[in-house]
Design a protein around this ligand. Structure first.
Ligand code: F6P
Length: 424
């Protein structure tokens, strides 16, 4: 099997560990391994440069076998993706006088991903590709994969990226037929590539995917937020101030909720559970009453966490600045707003964001090796501490259903579909 891996959508800590796991486990299972740079964008662009890096390699890649492991080693011949060089280059285009410019689909070996565990972001690049959303873009992507002989694709990204993967697979027979009709591929290639194997791993700091307990990158982002709140706590207590923190998560409140629980926040706003107005009152009354109570009980600081997607029961956004104004005007608290922004997303993965991708990477390769034209594309998840395989489209549909339930103001349904244990 010729197996390519790409990362797509917003980066998350642990994506490099996914690439490392797929490459190393793929090699150990006898696959030829490739990376696609810049997500789906790289798939659409393909390799335009004539001097293909792997074309420099001896035809028999066993010449490059690492003696003690018996597996292909550094196939990029000191391009040194490994140890973070791709990242440090800034563009990922030039290394040791060799070039990756115009090359988005690159064969890699064992040592190319050495040291990738500890690197933040994604060393192979990511993008939110507009081109891949077009039929022409997906046709070009199919052509580029077939040109390289790749028949299996592991995609690490959020629900949008995984939906794209499933669409690509469902369109695959028609894409192959079009390429054949246009004379872009031969009969032989069309026959050999009748089926594209796809697997999804969920990389997102938001932990917003249904049918899995945890997405890759969410634990690290949560840790970053907790560290930030710890820092804010000391200055808040010194001045007896209130802080309103806006945290990421898009339409999901997991980061805000868990950060609040981990740091003893006074009030938390999440999209799945809008603040309840007290009988005859408003949510502002409820918040002020709770915070006033904490102050009267002797607390010198106030922490309010607002998920970026937080909204009230009428689906009106709740903004950190507005919450600040309420605390200032109604409780007379000296209040500041801190938006943590992309500090939540970057940086080194925590241990769990190295372990989870490794375990899931192994399952992903296994799922691809076992895939047939009749099996669905799987999403690799984790449920109750066990690595799982669920039909990718079921997970995507369930994730969409949560958003729909919120949109329809059916918050109880939204929470029950997320994870009742956390959201009740
Ligand atoms: O999905 C991850 C995420 O970080 C969200 O939490 C946030 O809403 C969004 O991406 C930010 O995207 P960008 O980095 O494109 O501004």
């Amino acid at each position: 099997m010729k197996l390519a891996v790409l990362t797509s959508g917003g980066d998350s800590a642990g994506m490099n560990a996914v690439v490392r796991a797929i490459v190393k486990i793929g090699i150990l299972r006898g696959c030829e391994t490739w990376i696609v740079r810049e997500g789906y964008e790289g798939l659409v662009r393909g390799n335009t440069q004539a001097h293909a890096i792997h074309a420099d390699l001896p035809a028999d890649a066993s010449a490059l076998k690492c003696a003690h492991r018996g597996v292909p080693t550094n196939l990029t011949q000191n391009l040194r993706f490994g140890d973070g060089d791709l990242l440090r280059d800034g563009t990922g285009d030039h290394h040791h006088g060799r070039t990756l410019k115009g090359r988005y689909i690159v064969r890699v070996g064992w040592d190319d991903v050495r040291g990738w565990f500890a690197e933040g972001g994604t060393l192979i690049g990511t993008a939110r590709s507009a081109a891949f959303r077009t039929p022409e873009g997906r046709l070009s992507a199919a052509n580029n994969l077939i040109k390289e002989g790749i028949d299996a694709l592991a995609v690490c990204g959020g629900d949008g990226s995984l939906t794209g993967a499933d669409l690509f697979r469902s369109e695959w027979p028609s894409l192959v037929a079009q390429l054949l009709a246009q004379g872009m591929i031969t009969e032989e290639q069309a026959e050999k590539h009748g089926h594209l194997k796809i697997v999804g791993l969920v990389g997102s700091i938001d932990n917003d995917m249904s049918m899995t307990d945890l997405t890759i990158g969410a634990p690290t982002a949560l840790h970053r937020i907790c560290e930030a709140i710890d820092n804010i706590n000391s200055t808040a207590a010194s001045h007896s101030r209130a802080f309103v923190l806006e945290v990421m998560g898009r339409h999901c409140g997991w980061l805000a909720l868990l950060a609040g629980v981990s740091s003893g926040a006074d009030f938390i706003f999440i999209p799945e559970r809008p603040p309840q107005a007290m009988p005859g009152g408003t949510w502002e009354d409820e918040m002020c009453e709770a915070i006033q109570g904490h102050r009267e009980a002797g607390k010198r600081k106030t922490i309010v966490i607002v998920a970026e997607g937080a909204q009230d029961a009428d689906l009106q956004p709740i903004r950190a600045e507005y919450v600040k104004d309420v605390l200032t005007e109604r409780l007379g608290l000296d209040t500041r707003v801190t938006t943590l922004g992309h500090t939540q997303r970057g940086g080194r993965p925590c241990a769990f964001d190295r372990i989870l991708p490794t375990l899931q990477g192994e399952e992903a390769v296994k799922a691809l090796l076992e895939a047939t034209p009749d099996t669905p594309s799987y999403m690799i998840g984790v449920r109750e501490n066990k690595i799982t395989r669920v039909p990718l489209m079921e997970a995507v549909a369930m994730t969409r259903a949560v958003a729909d339930a919120i949109g329809a103001k059916d918050f109880a349904k939204a929470m029950s579909m997320r994870d009742p244990e956390f959201y009740q």
